[in-house]
Design a protein around this ligand. Structure first.
Ligand code: MN
Ligand code: MN
Length: 450
């Protein structure tokens, strides 16, 4: 068992780094709020919108935002891009509840929102906790209205009610997949009667929405409003050695790979930091990893750094590239050891977790990294003094899952999963080790600089 704390010269470096990480988590609970944070951090560190630049040279730093939900950053290397790039790809979407297109209704004198859950979640974990509402509404005239409720001190929060144990004997005897259904995840949003006795509690909520945000009921149709946990990211443990927060899958890798590309020295090869949307629902759509947005950006760099473009440049650049798919791994949980196989498990505080493969049912749907490439990454981390461990996603046939790795590997790029191990993954409050968070930052920085 490796110990990341022992590899770090001064434990305070890890603790201090995590203060910045906690601040990021508190500002970035949705993919859109992540983009705002990343874009302004990038600009503050000399990155420019690639669309505003006509030619690129070594040392230039650029970014491009994709539809407000996905961003890519690059540092142009000294070497010709056709000789390959060093890519780190993570994702900034997390499991949550999305409001439906017709969300608002009234039942038994209460106003509620209908939701459709996004990503893999255990539905019971979303009841009886404070919830925030964050997102955008595009009104009938095309104006963008930002909504952010439940995050500021003194803000009201929303919640999903649960049954009292006294009356839960039917519920408690059900299977967990049946006890909480998707259509039960209705969010409590109001209870005050309208001043006009002819009108309903729902009408009163619509008036409040109009007053507070300026939009109408129909505008929910063109909105992306997300329900996320309200509680703040905090230190965990008597020793404050861990971070507890919503959304660490995969914002832990997003933050550390972002800080890595901001802080790294001028690179030999072009370094790329890709923050994807839609990973939790299969990397689909024009903001997911399978979108041509990634290739289009690399093509843009080629055209602007070489002064000309042809498809062979792009194909050669990708073929000679290497990629870390930076996503979280499962840490062995002492309460649930039976789902893991200890000899091939990651441990909290064990450093960066390298997964040669993910997938399920006999490595189905994984890009199993080449032994040669695993060897190269292993040597790179050893040379840089980075603590690392290897892991599988649980016991064989226990379940499984995937990352963006396979989609980048499909572009003929050497790709391996290297991320941070979490406890309570996909829960509203996930746990990471501060030593692992800091080690990820150091490891990703070393990879960009390789
Ligand atoms: Mn993930
Ligand atoms: Mn996930």
């Amino acid at each position: 068992m490796t110990c990341a704390w022992k590899n770090i010269k001064d434990k305070n470096l890890a603790l201090t780094f995590s203060d910045g990480y906690i601040d990021f988590l508190n500002k970035c609970k949705t993919e859109r709020t992540c983009i705002e944070f990343v874009k302004s951090s990038a600009e503050a560190n000399g990155f420019k919108d690639i669309d505003a630049i006509s030619s690129l040279k070594a040392g230039d730093k650029v970014y491009k935002v994709n539809r407000g939900k996905n961003i890519i950053l690059a540092r142009i290397g000294k070497e010709d891009i056709v000789n390959g790039t060093n890519i780190i790809a993570s994702h900034i979407d997390s499991p949550r509840l999305d409001l439906k297109q017709h969300p608002l209704y009234e039942d038994s004198g209460l106003a509620l929102f209908k939701t459709h859950y996004y990503g893999g979640l255990k539905k019971y974990q979303w009841t009886a906790i404070p919830l925030s509402l964050i997102g955008v509404v595009i009104d009938a005239e095309g104006n963008t209205i930002n909504v952010n409720l439940g995050e500021d001190e003194g803000d009201p929060v929303l919640t999903i009610t649960d049954l009292l144990p006294h009356l839960a004997s039917d519920q408690m005897s059900k299977k967990m997949t049946e006890a909480f259904t998707g259509e039960d995840l209705n969010v409590l949003v109001g209870s005050m009667p309208h001043d006009d006795e002819e009108k309903t509690v729902k009408d009163a909520i619509l008036d409040t929405i109009k007053e507070k945000y300026g939009f109408d009921e129909d505008d929910f149709i063109s909105a992306e409003l997300e329900i996320v946990p309200s509680f703040k990211a905090v230190s965990v443990g008597l020793d404050s050695s861990m971070v507890g927060s919503y959304g660490q899958d995969d914002r832990v890798c997003a933050y550390t790979s972002l800080m890595g590309i901001i802080d790294c020295a001028d690179t030999n090869r072009t370094a790329i930091c890709y923050l994807a949307d839609k990973e939790e629902i299969g990397s689909v759509g024009n903001t997911g990893m399978m979108s041509r947005f990634f290739e289009n950006f690399v093509a843009e760099i080629i055209e602007k750094s070489k002064g000309e473009y042809n498809d062979m440049y792009l194909r050669r650049a990708l073929s000679a590239s290497m990629c870390i798919s930076a996503d979280v791994a499962v840490a062995l949980d002492p309460n649930y050891k039976s789902v893991s196989e200890e000899k091939n498990s990651a441990f909290i505080g064990g450093g960066l977790t390298m997964c040669k493969y993910t997938g399920a049912r006999g490595k189905y749907s994984t890009s199993d990294a080449n032994a040669e490439f695993v060897g190269k990454i292993r040597r790179m981390f050893d040379d840089a003094g980075i603590a690392w461990q290897t892991a599988e996603l649980g016991k064989v046939d226990q379940g499984g899952g995937g990352t963006v790795a396979q989609f980048i590997a499909n572009l003929d790029v050497d790709t391996i999963d290297v991320g941070v191990a979490l406890l309570s993954m996909h829960a509203p409050f996930e746990i990471a080790s501060k030593a692992d968070v800091y080690t990820a930052y150091l490891g990703y920085k070393a990879f960009y600089e390789a």
